[in-house]
Design a protein around this ligand. Structure first.
Ligand SMILES: Cc1cc2nc3c(=O)[nH]c(=O)nc-3n(C[C@H](O)[C@H](O)[C@H](O)COP(=O)(O)OP(=O)(O)OC[C@H]3O[C@@H](n4cnc5c(N)ncnc54)[C@H](O)[C@@H]3O)c2cc1C
Length: 552
């Protein structure tokens, strides 16, 4: 297998030599390092790489070259290798050009010259962008195969679970691939149970549940210790941030996640407003980075394990998992987030996972390439979903209940949607029914202003219509509001001290109605429901955990 290529481009021979000198010791084992002395020479090299069937992972290009600037080169080069990462080498005066290049060519990073010492100023940045490139570029295939049908909810669930846990797989559709149909028939003894998952070691799993699948593909599914200082329920941004701070500040920390780390944010196609990522970051990348960071700092991350109950003793809390096992700890953080509300109209249930999806379901973008789809909802997540699908689907119809897009959506998204030709916005509109034969074919709509009812053709609905908190497992333990969102801090005392509050102090800011049990992120009453606020709450909750631990 030939190595992917890093192409460095600089018209100053001394600078080019210095770049190559610094790149080789760090990256030559995994990448071939090439250099070019001008944009034209580099474009020729790109053509050669393409002819030989090789791939470019990273361009590291000087901005200020006389005949062709770095940005001009990247604009041309990206047509050949659109997924290659792009880093500009700039001088102080080029900063504006570099920021412009973030929009023009999707620049991943810009570095100031000189980059000495490379251990501090070059390698961390290139390590990051190359890790992103590797995550988005699966190696040649010899891994997990999922055999099923595109329209089956069980197949969708398995594909989604593997994708969200970053396990590369190949999907084989028995309706299009006779060999795959024969493999499935042999594995199931002719029964129609699908999907069948084939693992590289020869193991075959017929319609596996999440836990069985997680165990077989090598995810960490059981806690290693019986006792922790802090157990975190949920691995979304709030839980991951708490794991990073808890573990780095010396608490024995376990994070229990029932699906895949990243939570709702992990399903987002692009988060544009999280600080520090000028180009935006995909939810999957953010989840991968945060999970790696929490693990590196010593947090134990247990996946495909669901928390089903919490018992609160004065000194020790007990967390029960769905397999019946129990973990003891001194403090608990509930960071279990929420889900988007179900559609609740006739017909939708039978198509769940087979034409009706909750959230952006990025894994389905390829299935609905060149088809007409609907996005239901009027807030930012719906807007982002519409923008993502507009790149692959032929038409996106955004169905919004209120009569203004700006009512709940950020202006930058409203502007993007209005400037996108293949998005149609239906304001003041409600979904009445979803119909079709084996799959979604039509959606019945009502104009709430004129009362007119009509049908539109479409292959899928992506739903973003409100939220349900994941707090059932703690419903008997901590106080929550009518919708189930957990009450914290000063709100706990509104209406009088609850019976569960048995200490002589007020609750800390993120503490629930039980001393030592905290809540952070979207599951909390009054949460702002943004990645940054979930991360902020998860991080500061650890400060309150420390304060609590000094009192027991
Ligand atoms: C499609 C989409 C796009 C979005 N885009 C943006 C954006 O661009 N910018 C922005 O700021 N915000 C965005 N948001 C909102 C943001 O993602 C959320 O506010 C944030 O993820 C909340 O984090 P959290 O950790 O509180 O909860 P969640 O992200 O909901 O994570 C909770 C986790 O807990 C797990 N869990 C639940 N119950 C249990 C249990 N019993 N046992 C074990 N684990 C459990 C869940 O599986 C989940 O992984 C978006 C949301 C969505 C859905």
């Amino acid at each position: 297998m030939s190595k992917p290529i890093i192409l460095a481009v600089d018209d100053d021979p001394q600078v080019l030599a210095a770049v190559l000198r610094d790149l080789r010791p760090r990256y030559a084992e995994d990448y071939q390092i090439l250099g070019a002395g001008s944009g034209a020479e580099a474009l020729e090299a790109v053509g050669g790489v393409q002819e030989r069937g090789r791939t470019i992972a990273l361009y590291l290009v000087d901005q200020r070259m006389p005949s062709m600037t770095g940005t001009e080169f990247l604009l041309e080069a990206q047509t050949s290798f659109p997924d290659a990462k792009k880093v500009l080498l700039t001088a102080y005066a080029d900063t504006e050009a570099a920021i412009q290049a973030i929009n023009d060519v999707g620049l991943d990073h810009y570095l100031m010259k000189p980059w000495d010492p490379p251990e501090e100023k070059l390698y961390p940045i290139l390590d990051d962008v190359l890790a992103d490139w590797r995550a988005a570029t699966p190696p040649p295939f010899d891994g997990v195969r999922v055999v099923g049908t595109t329209w089956s909810p069980a197949t969708h669930e398995v594909k989604d679970f593997l994708a969200r846990n970053e396990i590369p797989y190949r999907f084989l559709d028995i309706e299009r691939d006779e060999e795959a149909a024969a493999m499935a028939a042999a594995a199931t003894g002719g029964s129609s149970e699908l999907p069948v998952v084939f693992l590289p070691d020869g193991t075959t799993l017929v319609r596996p549940d999440r836990r069985a699948l997680a165990g077989e593909i090598g995810l960490h599914i059981e806690a290693a210790r019986p006792f922790y200082d802090l157990v975190i329920v949920g691995g979304g941004p709030a839980g991951l941030a708490a794991a990073v701070y808890g573990a780095s500040e010396g608490l024995r920390t376990a994070l229990i996640e029932r699906e895949a780390t990243g939570g709702q944010a992990g399903t987002s196609s692009r988060i544009e407003n999280y600080l520090g990522f000028p180009k935006g970051i995909s939810g999957a990348d953010l989840a991968r980075r945060a999970t790696a960071q929490a693990s590196r700092l010593g947090a134990e991350i247990v996946t495909a394990a669901e928390v089903t109950g919490i018992r609160a003793g004065d000194q020790v809390k007990t967390v029960t998992l769905s397999d019946g096992s129990e973990l003891s700890c001194r403090a608990v953080l509930i960071a279990s987030g929420m889900s988007l509300r179900k559609l609740g109209v006739p017909g939708y249930e039978q198509y769940e996972g087979a034409g009706v999806y909750y959230g952006a379901a990025a894994t389905e973008a390829a299935t609905y390439r060149d088809r007409d789809i609907f996005v239901i909802g009027g807030a930012n997540s719906a807007g982002q979903g519409a923008m993502m699908f507009s790149k692959t689907s032929s038409k996106v119809t955004l169905v919004v209940r209120s009569d203004s897009l700006a009512a709940k959506m950020s202006q930058y998204l409203v502007d993007q949607i209005e400037a996108t030709d293949n998005i149609e916005v239906l304001l003041g509109t409600q979904v009445l029914e979803v119909t079709g034969d084996q799959r979604v074919e039509k959606v019945r709509l009502r104009n709430t202003i004129t009362d007119e009812e009509y049908e539109r053709d479409g292959s899928a609905l992506f739903i973003f219509v409100g939220a349900v908190p994941h707090s059932e497992f703690a419903a008997d333990t901590v106080a929550h509001n009518e919708q189930g969102f957990i009450i914290t801090g000063p709100d706990v005392m509104v209406g009088g001290k609850p019976a569960s509050w048995n200490v002589d102090r007020d609750p800390y800011l993120l503490e629930t109605s039980v001393p030592g049990i905290f809540a952070a992120g979207d599951v909390r009453q009054g949460a702002v429901r943004r990645v940054a606020s979930a991360v902020g709450e998860g991080s500061v909750s650890v400060t309150f955990v420390h304060q609590y631990l000094t009192t027991v």
